[in-house]
Structure formats: C-alpha cells, structure tokens
Design a protein around this ligand. Structure first.
Ligand code: AMP
Length: 426
C-alpha cells in the first residue's frame, strides 16, 4: 500500500472545516486592515532562498527540497530549483519583478503550503501551512514607520482574539540594523571564545558563522552560558532604539499586551529591528504559533530598490491545534436530506435539490432505490436536520413531507414554502 510520505499528512473532513474557519477569519480580519491576497509559485530558484533566508541558516543549509531543473531551454539547464521553505522571499521577488512600488505601500497576505526537511514531531511537519502577510514599499510611503509594526501586531492580536484563542503571549525584541548586529556579534565572539568548547555542536558552529543565533539554542546545559552573554539590546543605535520605543508605545496605547524578550533573535538572516513571536502554552515543545519581523534590507539584497518591510508567518497547523472550537461546531451539516421514494422520483428530487441549494441550503440527495427506512437512517447518520419525502402523491399535490429528524414530527409543506420553512429551522 502506498502511504503519504513521512512528515506530510492528509487533512480530512470534518477537520478541514476548522482550516476553512481559520482561513475565512484571516481573510476577513486582514481585509479590514487593507491587506490583499498574493499567490506566488510553490517552487522558485534556489538562489532566491539562499540569498534572502541566508546560507548559514538551518533552513537553507539542511532543510530545503532542492533539485535540478531538467528543462530543455538553455536557461533552464542546470538551474537549481527549491520548494519554498517560507513565503516572504517569494513575495519580495514578486514585488521587485512586478515593480509593485508603483502602488506605494503594498499590504499583501498569503495562505499556502511550505516545505522543510525537518525531523517530524507533533506540530512539526515537512509540508506545513502558513498564513502570512507583508507590508512593504518605498520609505516615502511610510514603510519604515513603527506605526506599521504596531498595526501588524495589533492585527495579529485581533485575529487570535477573533478565533477565540486565549492565553497567547506576544514576545518582542529589536535585532537592530546590520551595524548593531556586527558590533553585537563581535562582542559575542569575544565572550564565547573561552566557553564555546563546552557548548553543543550547533553552538560551536554558530559561534563562528553567526554568533547571534546562539540564542536559538534549546540545549539545557548551554543555557547558563547563554544567560551571561551580551544582548543585542545593548548595541542598538539611537534610531533603532527610538523606533523600538515607538512600537511599544503604540501597542500600549491600543492595549495589546507584550513581553520584552531580549533573547528573541529569530532564525532567518534578513530580519532587522522589530522581531516578534506569538507563543501559546497549550502547544508543548513547539509552542510558537507565529513569528515575524522587519526586513528593511531584503529587497536590496535581492537586487531590488530600497523597500523596508515587515511581515509575519503563522503556522496554520499549530493554530488549528490551539483552537478550542471543535470541527463539528464549525462544519455545516446537511440541512435537508431529500428522499426520493418510488420509481422515476430521482428526476423530481434533483429538481428540488437544485432549487433548495440555490437558496444557500446544504442539501444531500438520496436515491430512489432506497426504502423509507434506509433513507431516514442515512439522513440521521449524516446529521441532517430534515428529511424531505418526494413520492408520487407529493409530486401531484406539489406539497412535500418535511420530517424534523430531531423531533420526528412530519408535516406537508407546499412547494413554494419549502426553502423558507427549512431556513426558519436554523
Ligand atoms: P518561521 O517561518 O520559521 O518563522 O515559522 C513561522 C511559523 O511557522 C512558526 O511559528 C510555526 O508556527 C510554523 N512552522 C515553522 N516550521 C514548521 C514546521 N516544520 N511544521 C509546522 N509548523 C511550522
């Protein structure tokens, strides 16, 4: 038997109703902040991720699904392609390719699968789904403003509240600009030098390539060493400091609670200034529901114009896991089961089904080969609220037996009153 491959999974009904519920809420909330949807391809040139996410990151160095293009055209030969491990790079590529700066500030959101070859565990998959957004544009459009950061964070708080997710924590830090980070990395290298040999293999590598990432380490034995290291917050220059203070002040003004976490550095290289994560206690080890931050230099590093931006990616798999709502509660069950009884009733039943569905009713259509008993059993099993009996006599009278499957009560309803009657029972 062929099975879904490790780290991937089928999303089945009724759980898919929860996914739709989350996605519909995202579209609705994001729209109120004037974000619009963008859909970029699932695979891109490998270079795009190497240059944006960063060669030294875990994602690029060991987690990407990469293959060689076998196209015929000269430009395709030997070209390296990769399944997207995240979507910001694709959005910024599209921003540059389509010169989206002509529209000023672009507020874009996406919903879709991402791919990383990570060790699968609860809440961690190789094909997982992200809902994300980016606000990007030329500085003249205000894209650098702390107002953008605060607006995005407030939007996320509103979105989580709308989903009824309580107990989330917003952790906030500033990772400064490249100059601040260079000074911090230098101080970190110095501080790490005498102790690094006692740390885990990952930290030993990070100490050489990107010392700031040592703060990502989760190995318990390394924590006492890490606790004593200098923090990026000590190296922020004046503009970065002011920017971060303003973000916090707006958040306080609009009543979004947050906690400063000066160990939060985020895994990707392109982040500048504001970095954030929303965590949720109920999720266990993989407790980050979403992460994001500013990436003021990303467009330029991909050959585009100056285009400061800020974005986030929500792990949809984890978001669905943290919902209190049950799939049963959000799924729309059939409101009526149409039971054609007797020969030649399929046609009449199909006509009625078509009509009722046009009144936005969820209709399940039975088959004339079923007897009354089997029809009613099927209808109950599906969770339908009503069964509609379509027999020869009913067709002649143009009035149909509507049976309430909860109470067992059955009444004849004239054809023209059917839709209204079923809707009234909602
Ligand atoms: P990142 O793009 O790494 O900043 O991740 C943003 C969010 O995506 C995280 O907070 C997680 O919720 C989610 N995420 C990242 N990697 C995975 C994965 N392998 N499986 C499930 N969710 C993930």
């Amino acid at each position: 038997m062929i099975k879904a491959i490790r780290g991937t999974r089928d999303l089945l009904p009724p759980e898919t109703a929860l996914w739709n519920f989350v996605e519909a809420a995202a579209r609705d909330v994001f729209r109120a902040y004037n974000f619009q949807e963008i859909r970029t391809p699932i695979f891109e040139e490998t270079q795009l991720f190497a240059r944006s996410v960063g060669e030294e990151t875990d994602i690029v160095s060991k987690e990407m699904y990469t293959w060689e293009n076998r196209g015929r055209a000269q430009s395709e030969k030997g070209q390296s392609l990769t399944l997207r491990p995240e979507n910001t790079a694709g959005v910024v590529r599209a921003y540059i390719e389509h010169k989206l700066w002509d529209r000023g500030l672009n507020k874009l959101y996406y919903i879709g699968p991402q791919f990383r070859r990570e060790r699968p565990q609860k809440g961690r998959y190789r094909q997982f789904y992200q809902i994300g957004a980016e606000a990007i544009g030329p500085p003249s459009a205000g894209s650098e403003s702390p107002a953008r950061d605060a607006e995005m964070l407030e939007m996320l708080a509103t979105f989580l509240d709308r989903l009824g997710i309580t107990g989330w924590n917003l952790e906030l830090n500033s990772v400064g600009c490249p100059n601040d980070r260079a000074r911090c990395n230098e101080a970190l290298r110095k501080a790490l030098e005498p102790v690094v040999s006692k740390m885990c293999a990952d930290c030993q590598r990070r100490a050489v390539t990107n010392p700031l990432r040592v703060f990502d380490c989760k190995v318990p034995e390394d924590q006492p060493i890490i606790e004593k290291l200098p923090r990026i917050s000590q190296f922020l220059d004046e503009p970065c400091r002011t920017h971060f203070a303003e973000v916090q002040e707006i958040l306080q003004a609009v009543g979004v609670p947050f906690r400063l976490n000066d160990r939060l550095v985020r895994g990707l290289d392109y982040y500048t200034r504001t970095a954030f994560e929303f965590t949720h206690g109920a999720l266990g080890a993989q407790n980050a529901i979403l992460g994001g931050g500013r990436y003021d230099g990303l467009s330029e590093s991909l050959g585009g114009p100056q285009a400061p931006g800020i974005g986030f990616a929500i792990g949809e798999d984890r978001l669905v896991m943290s919902l209190k709502e049950s799939a049963e509660a959000v799924a729309r069950k059939p409101e009526v089961y149409i039971a054609p009884l007797g020969a030649d009733m399929n046609r009449e039943a199909a006509r009625l089904a078509r009509e009722l569905r046009r009144h936005d009713l969820v209709v399940e259509l039975g088959d004339e080969s079923f007897r009354m008993k089997k029809s009613l059993e099927t209808a109950s099993k599906l969770g339908a609220r009503y069964a509609l009996i379509v027999g020869e006599n009913e067709v002649k009278a143009d009035a149909f037996g509507l049976k309430n499957l909860e109470t067992g009560e059955q009444i004849p309803v004239p054809h023209h009153e059917l839709a209204a009657k079923i809707q009234a029972g909602r």
